[in-house]
Design a binder for this molecule. Structure first.
Ligand SMILES: NC(=O)c1ccc[n+]([C@@H]2O[C@H](COP(=O)([O-])OP(=O)(O)OC[C@H]3O[C@@H](n4cnc5c(N)ncnc54)[C@H](OP(=O)(O)O)[C@@H]3O)[C@@H](O)[C@H]2O)c1
Length: 283
Protein backbone atom coordinates (compact mmCIF):
# COMPACT_ATOMS: atom_id res chain seq x y z
CA UNK A 1 0.00 0.00 0.00
CA UNK A 2 1.23 3.49 -0.90
CA UNK A 3 0.65 6.63 1.14
CA UNK A 4 0.50 9.79 -0.98
CA UNK A 5 0.77 13.00 1.04
CA UNK A 6 -0.10 16.38 -0.49
CA UNK A 7 -2.29 14.26 -2.76
CA UNK A 8 -4.31 17.19 -4.18
CA UNK A 9 -1.38 19.14 -5.63
CA UNK A 10 -0.20 18.84 -9.23
CA UNK A 11 2.07 15.85 -8.68
CA UNK A 12 -0.19 14.24 -6.08
CA UNK A 13 -3.13 14.24 -8.50
CA UNK A 14 -0.94 12.81 -11.23
CA UNK A 15 0.18 9.94 -9.00
CA UNK A 16 -3.45 9.26 -8.15
CA UNK A 17 -4.34 9.04 -11.85
CA UNK A 18 -1.31 6.82 -12.53
CA UNK A 19 -2.12 4.43 -9.69
CA UNK A 20 -5.77 4.20 -10.76
CA UNK A 21 -4.67 3.38 -14.33
CA UNK A 22 -2.21 0.76 -13.09
CA UNK A 23 -4.47 -0.66 -10.40
CA UNK A 24 -1.90 0.15 -7.69
CA UNK A 25 -3.36 0.38 -4.18
CA UNK A 26 -2.84 3.75 -2.53
CA UNK A 27 -4.22 6.13 0.05
CA UNK A 28 -4.13 9.76 -1.10
CA UNK A 29 -4.40 12.38 1.63
CA UNK A 30 -4.60 16.14 1.24
CA UNK A 31 -3.55 18.66 3.86
CA UNK A 32 -6.94 18.52 5.64
CA UNK A 33 -6.71 14.76 6.08
CA UNK A 34 -3.01 14.59 6.99
CA UNK A 35 -0.91 17.62 7.82
CA UNK A 36 2.67 16.39 7.36
CA UNK A 37 3.99 18.95 9.84
CA UNK A 38 1.88 17.25 12.55
CA UNK A 39 4.24 14.40 13.37
CA UNK A 40 1.87 12.78 15.88
CA UNK A 41 -0.81 12.58 13.20
CA UNK A 42 1.70 11.05 10.75
CA UNK A 43 2.90 8.51 13.36
CA UNK A 44 -0.64 7.55 14.34
CA UNK A 45 -1.64 7.12 10.73
CA UNK A 46 1.37 4.88 9.99
CA UNK A 47 0.71 2.80 13.12
CA UNK A 48 -2.75 1.89 11.90
CA UNK A 49 -1.95 1.12 8.28
CA UNK A 50 0.41 -1.22 6.51
CA UNK A 51 2.32 1.19 4.26
CA UNK A 52 5.11 0.04 1.91
CA UNK A 53 5.89 3.39 0.30
CA UNK A 54 5.38 6.99 1.36
CA UNK A 55 5.43 9.41 -1.57
CA UNK A 56 5.51 12.93 -0.21
CA UNK A 57 4.09 15.42 -2.73
CA UNK A 58 3.33 18.08 -0.09
CA UNK A 59 5.44 21.22 -0.15
CA UNK A 60 5.64 24.93 0.53
CA UNK A 61 6.13 26.26 -3.02
CA UNK A 62 5.60 30.02 -2.85
CA UNK A 63 9.17 31.17 -3.50
CA UNK A 64 8.57 34.88 -2.81
CA UNK A 65 6.29 34.48 0.20
CA UNK A 66 8.83 32.09 1.73
CA UNK A 67 11.21 35.02 2.32
CA UNK A 68 8.82 36.27 5.02
CA UNK A 69 7.57 32.85 6.15
CA UNK A 70 10.81 30.96 6.64
CA UNK A 71 9.59 29.07 9.71
CA UNK A 72 6.54 27.72 7.91
CA UNK A 73 8.56 26.96 4.80
CA UNK A 74 11.25 25.02 6.72
CA UNK A 75 8.60 23.14 8.73
CA UNK A 76 7.05 21.84 5.52
CA UNK A 77 10.04 21.45 3.18
CA UNK A 78 12.75 20.43 5.61
CA UNK A 79 11.69 19.15 9.05
CA UNK A 80 8.53 17.29 7.97
CA UNK A 81 10.34 15.23 5.28
CA UNK A 82 13.18 14.51 7.71
CA UNK A 83 10.72 13.30 10.35
CA UNK A 84 8.86 11.22 7.77
CA UNK A 85 12.15 9.64 6.65
CA UNK A 86 13.00 8.79 10.28
CA UNK A 87 9.54 7.32 10.81
CA UNK A 88 9.83 5.36 7.53
CA UNK A 89 13.11 3.89 8.77
CA UNK A 90 11.42 2.65 11.95
CA UNK A 91 8.78 0.75 9.99
CA UNK A 92 10.85 -0.17 6.92
CA UNK A 93 8.77 1.86 4.45
CA UNK A 94 10.42 3.32 1.33
CA UNK A 95 10.36 7.12 1.51
CA UNK A 96 10.14 9.41 -1.52
CA UNK A 97 10.20 13.20 -1.50
CA UNK A 98 10.80 16.04 -3.96
CA UNK A 99 13.18 18.95 -4.22
CA UNK A 100 13.98 21.68 -6.69
CA UNK A 101 16.41 22.93 -9.33
CA UNK A 102 16.48 26.17 -7.28
CA UNK A 103 19.06 24.59 -4.94
CA UNK A 104 21.66 25.65 -7.55
CA UNK A 105 23.02 29.17 -7.95
CA UNK A 106 23.07 29.12 -11.76
CA UNK A 107 26.74 29.85 -12.25
CA UNK A 108 27.50 26.54 -13.99
CA UNK A 109 25.80 27.29 -17.31
CA UNK A 110 25.44 23.65 -18.25
CA UNK A 111 22.97 21.06 -16.90
CA UNK A 112 23.43 20.34 -13.20
CA UNK A 113 24.12 16.77 -12.13
CA UNK A 114 23.57 15.16 -8.74
CA UNK A 115 27.26 15.56 -7.90
CA UNK A 116 27.15 19.38 -8.26
CA UNK A 117 27.10 21.23 -4.97
CA UNK A 118 23.95 23.18 -4.10
CA UNK A 119 24.24 26.86 -3.31
CA UNK A 120 20.67 28.04 -2.65
CA UNK A 121 19.92 31.73 -3.25
CA UNK A 122 16.63 32.12 -1.38
CA UNK A 123 14.72 30.84 1.67
CA UNK A 124 12.60 28.34 -0.29
CA UNK A 125 15.72 26.85 -1.90
CA UNK A 126 17.52 26.75 1.48
CA UNK A 127 14.59 24.84 3.02
CA UNK A 128 14.63 22.30 0.17
CA UNK A 129 18.41 21.92 0.19
CA UNK A 130 18.52 21.38 3.95
CA UNK A 131 15.56 18.98 3.69
CA UNK A 132 17.33 16.89 1.02
CA UNK A 133 20.46 16.49 3.15
CA UNK A 134 18.49 15.58 6.25
CA UNK A 135 16.36 12.98 4.46
CA UNK A 136 19.34 11.33 2.78
CA UNK A 137 21.25 11.28 6.07
CA UNK A 138 18.27 9.94 8.00
CA UNK A 139 17.36 6.92 5.89
CA UNK A 140 19.13 5.00 3.15
CA UNK A 141 15.89 3.67 1.61
CA UNK A 142 14.87 7.17 0.51
CA UNK A 143 14.55 8.82 -2.87
CA UNK A 144 15.03 12.57 -3.13
CA UNK A 145 13.97 13.70 -6.60
CA UNK A 146 14.78 17.22 -7.78
CA UNK A 147 12.56 18.63 -10.48
CA UNK A 148 11.84 21.99 -12.13
CA UNK A 149 8.94 24.27 -13.19
CA UNK A 150 6.20 21.67 -12.76
CA UNK A 151 3.00 22.15 -14.78
CA UNK A 152 -0.12 20.01 -14.99
CA UNK A 153 -3.71 19.84 -13.84
CA UNK A 154 -4.69 20.95 -10.37
CA UNK A 155 -2.73 23.88 -9.06
CA UNK A 156 -1.62 27.09 -10.68
CA UNK A 157 1.57 27.00 -12.80
CA UNK A 158 3.49 29.10 -15.32
CA UNK A 159 1.86 27.55 -18.42
CA UNK A 160 -1.64 28.22 -17.08
CA UNK A 161 -0.64 31.72 -15.98
CA UNK A 162 0.64 32.61 -19.46
CA UNK A 163 -2.68 31.50 -20.95
CA UNK A 164 -4.57 33.56 -18.34
CA UNK A 165 -2.40 36.67 -18.86
CA UNK A 166 -2.81 36.44 -22.64
CA UNK A 167 -6.58 36.76 -22.27
CA UNK A 168 -6.31 40.16 -20.54
CA UNK A 169 -3.28 41.71 -22.25
CA UNK A 170 -2.04 42.73 -25.64
CA UNK A 171 1.55 42.86 -24.47
CA UNK A 172 3.39 40.46 -22.16
CA UNK A 173 6.85 41.01 -20.66
CA UNK A 174 8.46 37.68 -19.80
CA UNK A 175 11.97 37.12 -18.45
CA UNK A 176 14.62 35.51 -20.60
CA UNK A 177 17.28 35.36 -17.87
CA UNK A 178 15.87 32.39 -15.96
CA UNK A 179 16.64 29.13 -17.74
CA UNK A 180 15.60 25.61 -16.72
CA UNK A 181 13.00 23.17 -18.10
CA UNK A 182 9.24 22.99 -17.60
CA UNK A 183 8.28 19.51 -16.38
CA UNK A 184 4.89 17.92 -17.08
CA UNK A 185 3.52 16.48 -13.82
CA UNK A 186 2.32 13.41 -15.77
CA UNK A 187 5.89 12.63 -16.88
CA UNK A 188 7.23 13.37 -13.42
CA UNK A 189 4.82 10.90 -11.79
CA UNK A 190 5.36 8.18 -14.41
CA UNK A 191 9.15 8.37 -14.45
CA UNK A 192 9.32 8.72 -10.67
CA UNK A 193 7.30 5.53 -10.34
CA UNK A 194 9.67 3.72 -12.71
CA UNK A 195 12.61 4.99 -10.68
CA UNK A 196 11.03 4.06 -7.33
CA UNK A 197 10.47 0.52 -8.58
CA UNK A 198 14.19 0.05 -9.25
CA UNK A 199 14.84 0.49 -5.48
CA UNK A 200 18.11 2.22 -6.45
CA UNK A 201 17.72 4.75 -3.65
CA UNK A 202 19.35 8.16 -3.45
CA UNK A 203 19.35 11.60 -5.01
CA UNK A 204 18.07 12.05 -8.59
CA UNK A 205 17.16 14.74 -11.07
CA UNK A 206 13.99 14.35 -13.15
CA UNK A 207 12.85 17.09 -15.47
CA UNK A 208 11.68 17.15 -19.07
CA UNK A 209 14.57 17.31 -21.53
CA UNK A 210 15.69 20.47 -23.33
CA UNK A 211 16.46 23.81 -21.74
CA UNK A 212 14.28 26.92 -21.99
CA UNK A 213 13.94 30.38 -20.54
CA UNK A 214 10.58 31.52 -19.21
CA UNK A 215 10.39 33.64 -22.37
CA UNK A 216 10.89 30.54 -24.57
CA UNK A 217 8.14 28.68 -22.71
CA UNK A 218 5.73 31.62 -22.97
CA UNK A 219 6.50 31.96 -26.70
CA UNK A 220 5.76 28.29 -27.30
CA UNK A 221 2.48 28.46 -25.35
CA UNK A 222 1.36 31.72 -26.98
CA UNK A 223 2.06 30.38 -30.47
CA UNK A 224 0.00 27.30 -29.69
CA UNK A 225 -3.01 29.41 -28.71
CA UNK A 226 -2.39 31.76 -31.68
CA UNK A 227 -2.25 34.82 -29.44
CA UNK A 228 -2.12 38.02 -31.46
CA UNK A 229 -0.42 40.22 -28.84
CA UNK A 230 3.22 41.30 -28.44
CA UNK A 231 5.65 39.21 -26.39
CA UNK A 232 8.59 41.23 -25.06
CA UNK A 233 11.82 39.98 -23.48
CA UNK A 234 12.26 41.18 -19.90
CA UNK A 235 14.85 40.78 -17.14
CA UNK A 236 14.27 39.37 -13.65
CA UNK A 237 15.59 42.55 -11.99
CA UNK A 238 12.75 44.59 -13.57
CA UNK A 239 10.16 42.80 -11.41
CA UNK A 240 11.78 43.51 -8.00
CA UNK A 241 10.61 40.21 -6.50
CA UNK A 242 11.53 39.42 -2.87
CA UNK A 243 13.33 36.12 -3.63
CA UNK A 244 16.54 35.99 -5.63
CA UNK A 245 16.34 33.70 -8.68
CA UNK A 246 18.98 31.50 -10.23
CA UNK A 247 19.71 32.51 -13.85
CA UNK A 248 20.32 28.90 -14.91
CA UNK A 249 19.11 25.76 -13.16
CA UNK A 250 18.60 23.18 -15.89
CA UNK A 251 18.86 19.70 -14.38
CA UNK A 252 20.48 16.77 -16.14
CA UNK A 253 18.23 13.70 -15.78
CA UNK A 254 20.95 11.39 -17.12
CA UNK A 255 21.47 9.45 -13.89
CA UNK A 256 17.77 8.61 -13.57
CA UNK A 257 17.48 7.88 -17.30
CA UNK A 258 20.33 5.36 -17.07
CA UNK A 259 18.74 3.64 -14.06
CA UNK A 260 15.29 3.55 -15.70
CA UNK A 261 16.60 2.83 -19.20
CA UNK A 262 14.42 5.54 -20.79
CA UNK A 263 14.81 9.19 -21.76
CA UNK A 264 12.60 11.94 -20.37
CA UNK A 265 10.36 13.49 -23.08
CA UNK A 266 11.13 17.01 -24.34
CA UNK A 267 9.37 19.89 -22.54
CA UNK A 268 7.64 20.95 -25.79
CA UNK A 269 6.21 17.46 -26.12
CA UNK A 270 5.03 17.74 -22.49
CA UNK A 271 3.25 21.03 -23.22
CA UNK A 272 1.66 19.53 -26.35
CA UNK A 273 0.22 16.67 -24.29
CA UNK A 274 -0.87 19.07 -21.54
CA UNK A 275 -2.87 21.02 -24.13
CA UNK A 276 -4.51 17.78 -25.31
CA UNK A 277 -5.40 17.00 -21.69
CA UNK A 278 -6.90 20.48 -21.23
CA UNK A 279 -8.90 20.07 -24.45
CA UNK A 280 -10.29 16.82 -23.09
CA UNK A 281 -11.81 18.99 -20.38
CA UNK A 282 -9.76 17.98 -17.37
CA UNK A 283 -8.65 21.57 -16.68
N1 LIG B 1 5.62 23.43 -8.81
C1 LIG B 1 6.87 23.60 -9.25
O1 LIG B 1 7.13 24.39 -10.16
C2 LIG B 1 8.00 22.83 -8.60
C3 LIG B 1 9.33 23.08 -9.00
C4 LIG B 1 10.36 22.36 -8.40
C5 LIG B 1 10.07 21.41 -7.43
N2 LIG B 1 8.78 21.20 -7.08
C6 LIG B 1 8.50 20.19 -6.03
O2 LIG B 1 7.75 19.12 -6.58
C7 LIG B 1 6.85 18.60 -5.59
C8 LIG B 1 5.43 18.60 -6.14
O3 LIG B 1 5.07 19.95 -6.46
P1 LIG B 1 3.62 20.36 -6.95
O4 LIG B 1 3.80 21.31 -8.06
O5 LIG B 1 2.77 19.17 -7.13
O6 LIG B 1 3.13 21.18 -5.67
P2 LIG B 1 1.68 21.76 -5.38
O7 LIG B 1 0.80 21.63 -6.57
O8 LIG B 1 1.89 23.11 -4.76
O9 LIG B 1 1.12 20.76 -4.27
C9 LIG B 1 1.59 20.79 -2.97
C10 LIG B 1 0.48 20.22 -2.11
O10 LIG B 1 0.94 20.19 -0.75
C11 LIG B 1 -0.19 20.46 0.06
N3 LIG B 1 0.23 20.88 1.40
C12 LIG B 1 0.59 22.11 1.81
N4 LIG B 1 0.87 22.10 3.12
C13 LIG B 1 0.67 20.82 3.56
C14 LIG B 1 0.78 20.19 4.81
N5 LIG B 1 1.16 20.84 5.90
N6 LIG B 1 0.48 18.86 4.88
C15 LIG B 1 0.06 18.18 3.80
N7 LIG B 1 -0.06 18.74 2.56
C16 LIG B 1 0.24 20.04 2.46
C17 LIG B 1 -0.89 21.57 -0.69
O11 LIG B 1 -2.20 21.66 -0.22
P3 LIG B 1 -2.94 23.10 -0.19
O12 LIG B 1 -3.17 23.44 -1.64
O13 LIG B 1 -4.16 22.84 0.60
O14 LIG B 1 -1.97 24.05 0.46
C18 LIG B 1 -0.79 21.08 -2.13
O15 LIG B 1 -1.90 20.26 -2.47
C19 LIG B 1 7.04 19.49 -4.35
O16 LIG B 1 7.98 18.93 -3.48
C20 LIG B 1 7.62 20.77 -4.94
O17 LIG B 1 8.36 21.53 -4.01
C21 LIG B 1 7.73 21.86 -7.65
Amino acid sequence: MILLTGANGQLGREFQKLFKRKGVRYIGLGREELDITDMDAVKNFLKEKNIDYIINCAAYNDVDKAEGEQKKCFALNCYAPENMALESKKIGTVFVTYSTDFVFDGLKNEPYTESDLPNPLNAYACSKSEGESRVLAAYDRSFVIRTSWVFGMGNDNFVKRVIKWSKNSEKLNIVDDQVSAPTYSKDLAEYSWKLINTERFGLYHLSNSGAASKYDVAKYVLEKIEWKGRLVRAKTAEFGLPAKRSPYSKLSSEKAEKVIGEKMPHWKNGIDRFFEEMEEGNF
